[in-house]
Ligand binder design. Structure first.
Ligand code: HEM
Length: 373
């Protein structure tokens, strides 16, 4: 039996994930066996099922990386089922509507322009360290109401928590530090950031709220940074695409969707445990069996309708931040197109490295060059 996660040497998907097939059992590096789903139909059926639990305490829940104990401990909307999930999601949802994302657009774009401005005269830079990463971290601070200086702390902690190379005890310490940070932020809550608004509501279980704020940090930063970096890499590699988008900016959202499908950052996939039999198009899963939805494979399923992807998941836990994420990636593309003409890679594409050992994959750095004004 193949062992999962499959090794991913770089940008390309491992061959074993390259085609959508029926559900198949895989051995987990962390021990045990789970069903690997690579076809869109199976993925949707599993993620829509009321019997697919997101709770890591359930029998058979598959752990893809060391740190399962840490994952088990955090009470957050991402890792609980209804009714607790619905309650936490209801509390957070008003901050993540399409209109809330649209309202954030101007501030997001302003930050991107401010980050790009000093880059333009330099003629070269790393579009991950200089742009994608600080833009994502800054937007998250704005959303949550955290001081901008705290980016350094949560950038470090989310990296430790997201990396498969982090030993479990170090992960536990990072999780404890993040929990302390969030609790302190909740105690100090002032202003009109999301955390302060949630604390003022006072009707949400504080432990679930704190865990969910931790999830906003771990789910909403590296994902956006990596997705923005992928989109910028595509622009560096394809000047004709960059020119087309420059001429017709209304196509940028379409490009963002294509990029989400082609460069799916949650590359090991979404995990669930079956709590009762689940009938999928290609197999029937038994209670107590683990489920892994391999999103990159699902998003390349030739049976998928054009332009449709599950990069943000599907079903009850579908990404809460997806509207905001789209705004952020599009703003990154806009800012670069507007201010960095002649954008190109500063190194051979083959020299680029990727964060293959992490839950979120993207270019580790994006050395680029452009024409000086
Ligand atoms: C391109 C960027 C992003 C990608 C690709 C992404 C992807 C995903 C995926 C695949 C899930 C589903 C996980 C599952 O079903 O187990 C998810 C859930 C979630 N995401 Fe995102 N995400 C992104 C950005 C964001 C942002 C910006 C935020 C908020 C600031 C966010 C907050 C969340 C939350 C809170 C959940 C859990 C929702 C629930 O359990 O009900 N994400 N995301």
């Amino acid at each position: 039996m193949e062992t999962y996660p499959f090794p991913r040497p770089g940008r390309d998907l491992p061959d074993a994930l390259a085609s959508a097939e029926g559900a198949r059992p895989v051995a987990l590096r962390s021990g045990g066996v789970a069903w690997l789903l690579t076809a869109r139909g199976d993925a949707r059926a599993a993620l829509a099922s009321a019997h697919a639990s997101a709770d890591p305490r359930r029998d058979g829940y598959p752990f893809l990386a060391p740190g399962g104990r840490v994952l088990r401990a955090r009470r957050s909307l991402l890792r609980v089922d209804d009714p607790e999930h619905a309650q936490l999601r209801r509390a957070l949802a008003p901050a993540f509507t399409p209109s809330a994302a649209a309202a954030a657009r101007a501030a997001v774009a302003r930050r991107l322009r401010a980050l790009v401005a000093p880059l333009a005269p330099a003629g070269a830079g790393d579009l991950v360290a200089d742009l994608a990463s600080p833009a994502a971290a800054g937007a998250l601070c704005d959303l949550l109401g955290f001081p901008a200086a705290d980016q350094v702390l949560f950038t470090r902690l989310t990296h430790l928590l997201g990396s498969h190379a982090t030993p479990e005890p170090v992960k536990a310490d990072a999780e404890a530090a993040l929990a302390d940070y969030v609790r302190a932020a909740m105690r100090a809550s002032a202003g009109n950031g999301l955390v302060a608004r949630l604390v003022r509501r006072g009707d949400v279980d504080p432990a679930g709220l704190a865990g969910s704020v931790q999830t906003l940090i771990t789910a909403g930063f590296e994902t956006v940074a990596a997705q923005t970096a992928w989109a910028l890499l595509e622009l560096c590699e394809d000047p004709a695409l960059a020119d087309r988008l420059r001429r017709d900016r209304t196509q940028i959202p379409v490009f963002v969707e294509t990029s989400l499908a082609a460069n799916t950052v949650i590359h090991h996939g979404i995990t669930r445990a079956a709590t009762a039999a689940i009938a999928l198009p290609s197999a029937t899963l038994a209670p107590g069996e683990g489920i892994i939805v391999a999103l990159p494979a699902v998003n390349r399923d030739p049976a998928a309708p054009a332009g449709r992807h599950l990069a943000f998941g599907y079903g009850a836990h579908q990404c809460l931040g997806r509207h905001l994420a789209r705004v952020q990636v599009a703003a990154g593309v806009e800012a670069v197109l507007a201010s960095l003409p002649g954008l190109r890679l500063a190194e051979e594409a083959t020299a680029l490295t990727y964060t293959t050992g992490e839950g979120v994959i993207g270019p580790a750095a994006l050395p680029a060059a452009w024409d000086r004004p």
